[in-house]
Design a protein around this ligand. Structure first.
Ligand code: GDP
Ligand code: IMO
Ligand code: MG
Length: 423
């Protein structure tokens, strides 16, 4: 028995929340292993819509154990606020646990995220300002605080006061910012610590035992492969590993325990924040995709940049994730176009480029080379099997398979849990 990994194939917001919620109906455990409150995963069930940031997207299925792994940067204040939304709706949050090794996102990380962005001037990254980069910086610099640090009250107070003093010096001296109120933060976080105790676990053991006992375990990726700190469009990336390899170090299990890898893939491309985007449509077509697909960030509300499907990106993503099949989402959004384009490769200096370049100056000079396909011009949001799709829609799906080198195993034709087909 092995776990199933679900990752985002592009620049995030591919519909991972929807696909995880769907698959969770047949699973026992859902595990987040990287990222943090920068994620915004939407789950829609009938007329109810939830945006999940830290809580795994299995929460709306009864009897699922939801795990936040050691690789996540964890903001206790945001976490309890998010839990209260579910509790108000009568959704049980009893089975939500967090790794005692997870690093904390503290108020100074959010302040510094904003100050670092402002200091970059026009070269800002367009982060979510959720403190993600600064929290991972502290982790790597070995001055971070972890969930386990919260469990000893006296020691936690001492460590937290020390960090706030240090960070206030940085905020005031280097960035001319306002110092944070130490007493207020300490009081709030001592309370969070008390509430967190029963949920803090050695989650590596929990995940390992679940897989060994033959339970169905799903790993829920946040962000997308092109936002990976090593493999994405650096520096316009996030500070973690949103690829399938990230699940192992981010949850404390070995790679042999991951079997299937599903790449959630949007039927076109979007990106929120700054950075290169070769197939971007900064025109009326892009605007129309944004409007029909309601492409606005689930975490920050920012309009998402939209463009045609980039087959080079997804082919690269299939390789670096070891993706076995794609879950193709938002296909219904393309229903109103007469013709559709799929980028097969890039052209650089008059030559075919068949790999994703590291150098952003090279990328800036790349032009997309498209295959044009006919649209289907019909409402497909009610289709529930592959055969029900119009021929042109099936042609589009099969062209994606050919260009990306992976089979499309699931198709989503609307935001609701029901609007999903398994092929
Ligand atoms: P995630 O971050 O990958 O979970 O994706 P987001 O939730 O940020 O963005 C995906 C958006 O598309 C959300 O608003 C979903 O409700 C919506 N969505 C997901 N699948 C479909 C689909 O097949 N069709 C349509 N129209 N919307 C979808
Ligand atoms: P989900 O899980 C889309 C982007 C930000 C910014 C860059 C760095 O919903 O797919 P950060 O705050 O992480 O330091 O910002 O990464 N970004 C996302 N874009 N979906 C996400 O998550 C993202 N999380 C971060 O917009 O460009
Ligand atoms: Mg999202």
């Amino acid at each position: 028995m092995a776990a199933t990994a679900v990752i985002g194939s592009q620049w995030g917001d591919e519909g991972k929340g929807k696909i995880i919620d769907y698959l969770a109906g047949r699973s026992d455990m859902v595990v987040r292993a990287q990222g943090g409150g920068n994620a915004g995963h939407t789950v829609v069930i009938k007329d109810k819509k939830y945006a999940l940031h830290l809580v795994p997207s299995g929460i709306l299925n009864a009897n699922i154990v939801n795990i936040i792994g050691n690789g996540v940067v964890f903001d206790p204040a945001d976490f309890f606020e998010e839990l209260s939304i579910f509790e108000k709706d009568g959704v049980s949050t009893e089975n939500v646990f967090v790794s005692d090794r997870a690093h904390l996102v503290l108020p100074y990380h959010k302040t510094l995220d904003g100050l670092y962005e402002e200091a970059r001037g026009g070269d800002d990254l367009g982060t979510t300002r959720k403190g993600i980069g600064p929290a991972y910086m502290d982790k790597i610099a070995r001055i971070g605080l972890r969930v386990c640090d919260m469990l000893d009250e006296t020691e936690f107070r001492r460590k937290l006061e020390d960090r706030i003093d240090r960070k206030n010096r940085e905020i005031v001296t280097l960035y001319d910012g306002e110092p944070l109120d130490k007493a207020e933060i300490v009081a709030a976080y001592m309370e969070h610590a008390r509430k967190l105790k029963p949920r803090a676990r050695d989650i590596g053991t929990m995940v390992y035992n679940a897989i060994s006992a033959g339970k169905k375990v799903l790993f829920e990726g946040a962000q997308g492969a092109m936002l990976d700190i090593d493999l994405g469009t650096y520096p316009y990336v996030t500070s973690s590993h949103p690829v399938s390899g990230g699940f192992t170090v981010g949850s404390g299990i070995g790679p042999g325990l991951i079997g299937d890898v599903i790449g959630v893939t949007k039927a076109y491309t979007t990106r929120v924040g700054k950075g290169p985007f070769v197939t971007e449509l900064a025109n009326a077509v892009g605007d129309r995709i944004r409007e029909v697909g309601r492409e606005y960030g689930a975490t920050t509300g920012r309009p998402r940049r939209c463009g045609w499907f980039d087959g080079l990106v997804v082919r690269y993503s299939v390789r670096i994730n070891g993706t076995k099949s794609l879950a193709l989402t938002l296909l219904d959004v393309l229903s109103e176009f007469d013709e559709l384009k799929i980028c097969e490769h890039y052209e650089y200096n008059g030559e075919k480029l068949d790999y994703f370049p590291a150098d952003l100056d090279v990328l800036a000079k790349c032009a997309p080379v498209y295959r044009t396909l006919p649209g289907w011009r019909a409402d497909i949001s009610g289709c529930r099997s592959y055969d029900e799709l119009p021929q042109a829609a099936r042609g589009y799906v099969e062209a994606i398979e050919e260009v990306c080198g992976a089979r499309v195993g699931m198709i989503s034709v609307g935001p609701d849990r029901e609007q999903t087909m398994v092929r």
